[in-house]
Design a protein around this ligand. Structure first.
Ligand code: 16G
Length: 169
């Protein structure tokens, strides 16, 4: 998976540096995004709860301190609003020659921006980043109806290994 190979099917030819419209910007999360609707957009994915600016800043700094978090957003610079997000989280392993494994998390694109392939764009962006970081694989959990979306990007249900199990606390 390289930008050259996805140019054809991200239609029109969009990349993370040219996300289709000149006012769209793909970039890492910033603290200022608290006031740009970052948490509001995550509510389209799941429950966010009450997160104060202090909570947000603490968690943001925890992620930096821990390392391996690449929270990526799409900003509409006309309205200064975050309209899409996806996170790459990398994990150190002993297996695979002390390899690095990547997880794709918290993918969301604002409902009103659907149809511009921005979901594909942000997923491809963080997937290519995982590859660039040297991760040996990237995995994700998703709802059944999103399987075709991820398959179209190149993710596969691995035979005998397609189970996601959960223990909720
Ligand atoms: C989806 C998300 C996951 C997110 C979870 C929230 C992707 C690829 N998967 O599985 O990252 O954390 O939903 O659901 O974006 P929950 O509130 O049930 O944990």
């Amino acid at each position: 998976l390289e930008w050259d190979s996805v140019r054809g099917w991200l239609n029109p030819h969009i990349t993370c540096t040219e996300p289709g419209e000149s006012w769209l910007l793909v970039r890492p999360l910033q603290l200022a995004d608290y006031n740009k609707g970052f948490l509001e957009i995550l509510t389209q994915l799941t429950a966010v709860g009450n997160v104060s600016y202090a909570d947000f800043e603490r968690q943001y700094r925890n992620m930096h301190k821990s390392g391996g978090y690449y929270v990526t957003v799409i900003e509409d610079t006309r309205s200064n609003k975050i309209i899409g997000a996806a996170s790459l989280i990398s994990e150190f392993k002993f297996i695979h020659g002390c390899g690095l494994r990547a997880r794709l998390e918290d993918v969301v694109v604002n409902n009103t921006y659907r149809g511009k392939q921005l979901g594909k764009l942000i997923v491809v962006t963080v997937t290519l980043l995982a590859r660039r970081l040297g991760c040996y694989k990237m995995t994700l959990d998703c709802k059944d109806h999103l399987i075709p979306f991820y398959k179209a990007i190149g993710y596969k249900l691995e035979p005998g290994n397609a189970n996601s199990m959960t223990m909720r606390f």
